[in-house]
Design a protein around this ligand. Structure first.
Ligand code: ZN
Length: 442
């Protein structure tokens, strides 16, 4: 008997054939999808303990954020003292480095809960997070892990090690501690990577130790890469190498590694990303917010580089991020023919591939054998919806529709737009109090 069945929904499978079933049923057992059939067939084979009626809803795979910063929550509404930051490095110095250096153990846990809840609300069921908390590094990943498991989505976690305050060794140690912890206790929702902040704040010794650690545990490196021109300038000045060249010379790249942003990489660096099969993650809203430029991800994708999509902590809403990506590349290229295929592909095709490579999870498809991460969206198509025009509905309709139900690992986390296990009001009351205390400490 299946534990859960979803019936009568319009199913966007994202399976190999990219099938769309006008009315279909999905059966789930032990956290996996055991059957996907046209309506009428699944129930005959699987009697389910619990049935969700998805009439009038789109049923699609849970969405993936390939680069997130859960710790960014307390920056919301925060007034930064002094003159406004005039460039990327000043944004780091005046805002993000001050914030992460003030986080306590309790802050890390509670500030993680909020965007995780927003993931559930927006149908994001897997995130690849990148954490920083310079004054509380040891044990920080366990706090985030606790929040991830309590909320119930999947998270690949790491700490972005940095030598900016001389605490590089502590960062490497925390990544090791967490990876070792994961290898000793199995979790269906947690994985780890070795994080680095960015090469311009990481010395060669820390870089080598991180690569050695990643090899020991068979995982990749998750690092901000050429987000701003300052990153390239600093590496050229200090090491006479561009960012990607330096990462490559230390063997930090590869198909399990993630190079985030890549806004300022040149052609030679793109060739290295391609030949090493390194994953690139594009974060268009963040890049616009920090005014760092627009990465040539269409060029990269055309060249065979795997480019996924993240929010960089700006939000947990992947459909709006997808549309932002669709818009910015048309605008920048001054060409209304581009990005229609690429923007959805980053989210729906490449993010699942990246997650499979870096975390081993089979997600992003509604197919027999895949993990049961599924969302239901309120959407009555006002025009015909089929395999040939789904992307038009995705970009111009689904992007603004409401997620009704979120299921991860076969467990219902939100139903009828209500969180099943979490008391959001009491959590936000606590985060509001913690944030006020943190702001006073800055
Ligand atoms: Zn980031």
């Amino acid at each position: 008997m299946a534990s859960l069945a979803i019936e009568n929904g319009l199913i966007v499978t994202m399976d190999k054939e990219r099938r769309i079933l006008k009315r279909g049923n999905v059966a789930i057992e032990d956290g996996k999808i055991v059957s996907v059939e046209k309506a009428g067939e699944a129930r005959s084979k699987y009697r389910a303990e619990e049935i969700i009626d998805a009439t009038g809803k789109i049923v699609m795979p849970g969405l993936i954020c390939a680069h997130h910063h859960l710790y960014s929550t307390f920056a919301r509404g925060m007034a930064i003292p002094g003159e406004p930051a005039k460039n990327f490095v000043e944004i780091l110095e005046k805002l993000w480095w001050k914030l992460d250096n003030a986080l306590t153990k309790e802050d890390i846990y509670y500030s993680s809960l909020i965007p995780l809840i927003e993931c559930v609300r927006n149908g994001t069921t897997t995130i690849i997070d990148h954490h920083e908390s310079q004054s509380y590094q040891k044990g920080s990943l366990e706090e985030i892990a606790r929040a991830v498991e309590e909320v119930g989505i999947r998270g690949s976690l790491c700490l972005g090690t940095s030598d900016r305050y001389g605490r590089g060794k502590e960062g490497v140690d925390e990544n090791e501690r967490f990876l070792s912890l994961l290898s000793s206790r199995s979790s269906q929702l947690l994985k780890g990577l070795v994080g680095l902040h960015a090469t311009f704040t990481v010395n060669d010794d820390t870089l080598d130790k991180s690569v050695k650690l990643a090899k020991k545990y068979g995982v990749g490196i998750h690092v901000h890469c050429a987000e701003d021109k300052a990153d390239e300038d600093e590496n050229l000045k200090k090491y006479n190498m561009r960012v990607v060249e330096r990462l490559n010379s230390h063997e930090a790249l590869g198909e399990k590694s993630i190079a985030v942003h890549c806004v300022h990489v040149d052609e030679k660096e793109m060739d290295i990303l391609k030949s090493t099969r390194t994953n690139v993650v594009h974060n268009p809203e963040s890049n616009m917010n920090n005014a760092v430029g627009c990465a040539d991800v269409l060029g990269m994708m055309g060249n065979g580089i795997e480019v996924g999509l993240g929010t960089d902590g700006m939000s947990s809403d992947m459909l709006s991020q997808m549309r932002c990506s669709y818009l910015i590349h048309r605008h920048v290229k001054k060409d209304p023919r581009v990005a229609f295929l690429e923007a959805p592909a980053m989210l729906l095709d490449n993010n699942p591939k990246i997650v499979k490579r870096v975390a081993g999870w089979r997600v992003g498809e509604i197919a027999k054998g895949a993990l049961a991460d599924i969302i239901l969206i309120d959407y009555l198509p006002p025009t015909i919806l089929n395999e040939n025009n789904f992307l038009g509905h995705l970009i111009f309709g689904l992007v603004d529709a409401t997620v009704d139900t979120t299921i991860c690992n076969g467990k219902i986390l939100m139903r009828d737009k209500k969180l099943v296990d979490l008391d959001e009001k009491s959590i936000t009351k606590k985060t509001s109090q913690l944030a006020s205390e943190l702001w006073k400490r800055l």
